[in-house]
Design a protein around this ligand. Structure first.
Ligand code: VGL
Ligand code: ZN
Length: 215
């Protein structure tokens, strides 16, 4: 079934970076499978507006297990009163794994939001940082940009389905955007999470669509 895309909708490409793909530091299951479909969407000019996020950590970032002696990747620790998952070192600024994926033509992407660059705080959502030493700071760069473009609806693709895509979609709903996730153009870090992730989207009122129906 065809799903017409409004001219007030934006495509939000979350963390389409080699480190989240097979062979990368924090590989998502089949993470590279989303690349051709994203290229096709961009080539078809389905969206009036396209924006990307880029996970962009300094060496020694607080989310890295290597920054916490005795801890291992995927451990969870308390941090600023919230649970923080510790990750392998990934998306270190200026490294190839942190680049926007080299197989995609990014020239049609109007804005790139880098996140996670504060060494003390992680940032999953494209809209704001996670809970930090000063609580939750609204990081409104993406929201301001979308508002300036008169966008009221977003379609989210990218990685990881169960982390940054989920958090971005959740914030988008809270900020009042009609929010869709292009399911086939996302992949999870933890494949077992898919049923819970889909349930969460339903609960939030996030619509899940397939890229083949867009246009
Ligand atoms: C992500 C874990 C850590 C993501 C980023 O892009 O989903 N996950 N940093
Ligand atoms: Zn990260």
């Amino acid at each position: 079934m065809s799903h017409p895309v409004s001219n007030r909708a934006a495509l939000v490409l979350v963390d389409v970076q080699p480190d989240f793909m097979p062979g990368g530091a924090l590989a998502c299951h089949e993470g590279d499978a989303i690349v051709p479909g994203i290229s096709r969407l961009l080539e078809r000019h389905v969206f009036q507006h396209v924006v990307a996020t880029q996970d962009w950590h300094p060496a020694g970032h607080v989310s890295f297990a290597s920054s916490h002696p005795g801890r291992r990747a995927f451990d969870r620790i308390p941090l600023y009163g919230h649970a923080q998952t510790l990750w392998p070192d990934h998306c270190v600024q200026e490294t190839p794994g942190a680049a926007l994926h080299p197989s995609i033509d990014w020239s049609g992407v109007e804005k790139v939001i880098r996140k996670g660059d504060d060494p003390r705080v992680d940032s999953y959502s494209g809209f704001r940082e996670n809970h930090g030493p000063d609580g939750t700071r609204p990081s409104t760069e993406l929201h301001d940009w979308l508002r300036a473009k008169n966008v009221d609806e977003i379609y989210v693709c990218g990685l990881a389905r169960d982390v940054c895509v989920l958090w971005t979609a959740q914030d988008a709903v809270d900020l009042g955007y009609r929010t869709h996730v292009v399911w086939d153009l996302t992949r999870p870090v933890t494949p077992d999470s898919d049923i819970a992730t889909r349930f969460r989207f339903d609960q939030l009122g996030v619509d899940t669509v397939e890229s083949s129906s867009l246009g």
